[in-house]
Design a protein around this ligand. Structure first.
Ligand code: ACO
Length: 332
């Protein structure tokens, strides 16, 4: 079958939301033993956003979803499915997607979360794409949202400087055969480094106790150096696999919209992929690592400021806890 005839999903609209409160590196210098220079040199991060006390993940997701629906020209009642990539849902139970569905005012449609950490949005996109390709669903809302400020140990300088809060969304619908749409997705997990990036307490293995809370077992623990090493290798190979699935070379990629965890990781991925960094949509300096929200926030920025144009080819790649990683190639 010609690639243009393969049934696929297409991105109909994007949206994003970042909470108003800004936490700068200078602010963090007053909280932990760090410096603006260290954070910028090692990560590329200048500031990040922090949700208001009365904001939950589903509230942030709602703003991003409404904006994506508006861009798509659809109403919440047009949605057939909601998939939310998050590891910081409103509650352990039920899903963040259920609260988002309620706040949007949708019909009774399947709505569920995907816990793939920083790869969550690309996982959600891939799942939504499969449902549309199979003909089971028509309009699928995919969201990446994280409220990581609630699960950070603000005494641990190795993690608290890295992460920020935010949400991004895309509405998927059936492609119309003009060649635009999701061309390929690749999903991976390798648990050999599962404990290098985790929240050890608060689950069924280690229910929270007063001692656990005291020891910050309910907060993010990370051995960043371990993750760094695999990140460059896995992001590169996943991206190359998505390109080869679609028989597209790196030269044909108009924009790379990567998960924004660390500028040094992204520089090395750019070199290995042979795509110059000026073809990457980057916002890590302003938002830090917003985990599953980072790709849809950057995607929405690129679309709204006119860098990403219809028919251009966009490569997304992400890696995070699990270790889970993923890539997606989309003709916009
Ligand atoms: N300020 C000042 N010094 C610091 C800070 C800080 N905020 N954090 C660590 N340091 C110190 C360390 O204590 C260490 O000091 P020492 O040499 O005296 O022991 C020194 O800086 C170097 O520490 P490293 O951990 O080796 O620093 P590195 O260059 O590896 O950078 C970083 C750390 C930024 C975390 C990097 O390893 C990284 O980005 N890793 C990947 C993170 C990632 O991609 N995570 C996945 C996504 S997150 C998710 O899934 C939710």
């Amino acid at each position: 079958m010609s690639p243009t005839l393969v049934p696929r999903s297409r991105i109909l609209g994007t949206g994003a939301y970042a909470p108003a409160k800004v936490l700068t590196n200078a602010d963090l210098e007053k909280i932990v033993d760090t410096s603006d220079e260290w954070i910028r040199d090692r990560t590329g991060i200048g500031e990040r956003r922090v949700a208001a006390e009365d904001e939950a993940a589903s509230d942030m997701a709602l703003h991003a979803a409404q904006s994506a629906l508006e861009a798509a020209g659809l109403q919440p009642t047009d949605l057939d499915m909601i998939i939310v990539g998050t590891i910081s849902a409103d509650m352990p139970l039920p899903a963040c997607a259920a609260f988002l569905q309620q706040k949007l005012g949708c019909r009774a449609i399947p709505s569920f979360d995907v816990a793939a950490a920083c790869a969550g949005f690309v996982y959600a996109l891939s799942i939504g794409d499969q449902f549309i390709r199979s003909g089971m669903q028509k309009n699928v809302l995919v969201v990446g949202v994280e409220l990581l400020s609630r699960v950070l140990n603000m005494e641990d300088r190795t993690t608290c400087v890295l992460f920020g809060d935010g949400a991004g969304a895309a509405v998927l619908g059936p492609a119309n055969g003009d060649g635009r749409g999701v061309l390929s997705t690749r999903l991976y997990t390798d648990a050999s480094l599962a404990e290098s990036l985790c929240i050890p307490g608060g689950g069924s293995k280690e229910p929270l106790s007063a001692a656990g809370i005291e020891a910050k077992r309910d907060k993010v623990h990370m051995i960043g150096r371990d993750i760094f090493k695999v990140a460059v290798r896995n992001l590169t190979s996943a991206s190359q696999n998505a390109l080869s699935d679609a028989d597209i070379s790196a030269d044909d990629v108009d924009w790379v919209v990567p998960h924004q965890a660390n500028m040094r990781i992204l520089s090395q991925v750019a070199t290995r992929l042979q795509v110059p960094l000026d073809r990457f949509v980057l916002n890590i300096e302003r938002y830090g690592n917003t985990s599953s929200a980072s790709i849809p926030i950057a995607l929405d920025e690129g679309v709204r400021d006119g860098r990403i144009q219809p028919n251009q080819t966009v490569l997304m790649c992400a890696l995070g806890a699990g270790i889970s990683w993923a890539s997606a190639l989309v003709r916009m």
